[in-house]
Design a binder for this molecule. Structure first.
Ligand SMILES: Cc1cc2nc3c(=O)[nH]c(=O)nc-3n(C[C@H](O)[C@H](O)[C@H](O)COP(=O)(O)OP(=O)(O)OC[C@H]3O[C@@H](n4cnc5c(N)ncnc54)[C@H](O)[C@@H]3O)c2cc1C
Length: 282
């Protein structure tokens, strides 16, 4: 289908984008366009104006700051996947980005667009939960920071007002972390995706954060698995017994996978993610 008519504007700064968003009344930010444009073609989204944020200076980039990593909202999936900083300090996130879609999607799609859109099968949300990342956003009332755990709230629903813009994310890098997903063959979206981040000292798992995507309405932490891992030896046996507890009360069922299949796959991919994280313990 052809989208309904809209205006196109190009923002020159974050504040310029926010001013246009407010003035437009019905405007939408345009990043990679890989989620928004398909929605417009289906006429599920009919913005009166598209505000292009792809050329805002400084909105893309990956940098180290005071022992944390900051990634700008405009950073493409391919830049996250190729980042030597992430490959060294937090390879799980680079792996996650490298598994999104295909090269065309990775070259245009952005971190901020993916988080704002919050597709239930998107990959980044699981990784953001496992990293305990903070999402930074700006709106008419100024800056806000929201933990990933509070950000993802429901089906395509996040803690982001229509007049706010995601500017970036910040997290403490974790080397002993891994992402494992069962992907839908055509799009590569996650049918089940699990990100695991472990804190291991002296051969003992001190704490764990496990993020699940693809299985339910929105990405969520698997707290039973996290609790089962804490205090256990950093072994495959610990991974297997904790992963066996991985489940969710309400699961998606669609043309790609039934509820039963997802229920069966969650522990499988939780185990793979935890084992992958253990393999990175130095
Ligand atoms: C064929 C195909 C395969 C895909 N496979 C996968 C996959 O395997 N895994 C996966 O995770 N994703 C996948 N995607 C989705 C892809 O990652 C998208 O790029 C991403 O979800 C949206 O990012 P975008 O930059 O394209 O955002 P856009 O489409 O431009 O925007 C999406 C929404 O976010 C809003 N927005 C954009 N940037 C901001 C911002 N900075 N602040 C606030 N709101 C903002 C827009 O207004 C819009 O509502 C796939 C997409 C396609 C088309």
């Amino acid at each position: 289908m052809i989208p309904t008519g809209f205006d196109y504007q190009r923002a020159t700064s974050i504040d310029d984008a926010l001013a246009r968003l407010k003035a437009g009344g019905g405007g939408k930010l345009l990043a990679g366009g890989h989620s928004l444009v398909p929605l417009m073609k289906l006429r599920l989204s009919e913005p009166s104006v598209l505000i292009d944020i792809t050329r805002i200076p400084g909105l893309a980039g990956i940098r180290e700051k005071d022992g944390t990593i900051e990634i700008g909202a405009g950073t493409t999936h391919s830049d996250v996947a190729a980042s030597s900083l992430l490959r060294q300090a937090c390879p799980m996130l680079a792996d996650t980005a490298g598994e999104i879609g295909d090269p065309q999607v990775r070259n245009r799609g952005t971190l901020g667009g993916s988080l704002a859109h919050a597709d239930p099968a998107a990959d980044y949300p699981a990784a953001m939960l496992a990293l305990d990342a903070e999402i930074h956003m700006k709106g008419p009332k100024g800056w806000r920071r929201v933990k990933a755990n509070d950000f993802f709230q429901g089906l395509f629903t996040v803690d982001l007002a229509p007049d706010e813009m995601i500017v970036g994310v910040q997290f403490a890098p974790v080397r002993s972390a891994a992402y494992a997903k069962l992907h839908q063959r055509a799009s590569h979206f996650a049918i089940v995706g699990v990100a695991a981040a472990l804190d291991v000292k002296g051969g003992v798992i001190q704490s764990a954060r496990i993020g699940l995507t693809g299985a339910g309405t929105h990405a969520t932490r698997l707290s039973a698995v996290e609790q089962a891992l804490a205090g256990k030896p950093a072994t495959k046996e610990s991974a297997a017994s904790a992963a066996a507890l991985a489940t969710l009360d309400e699961l998606n069922s669609d043309i790609h996978a039934s509820e039963e299949y997802r229920r069966a796959m969650i522990p499988v991919f939780a185990k793979r993610a935890i084992e992958g994280a253990l393999a990175r313990v130095s």
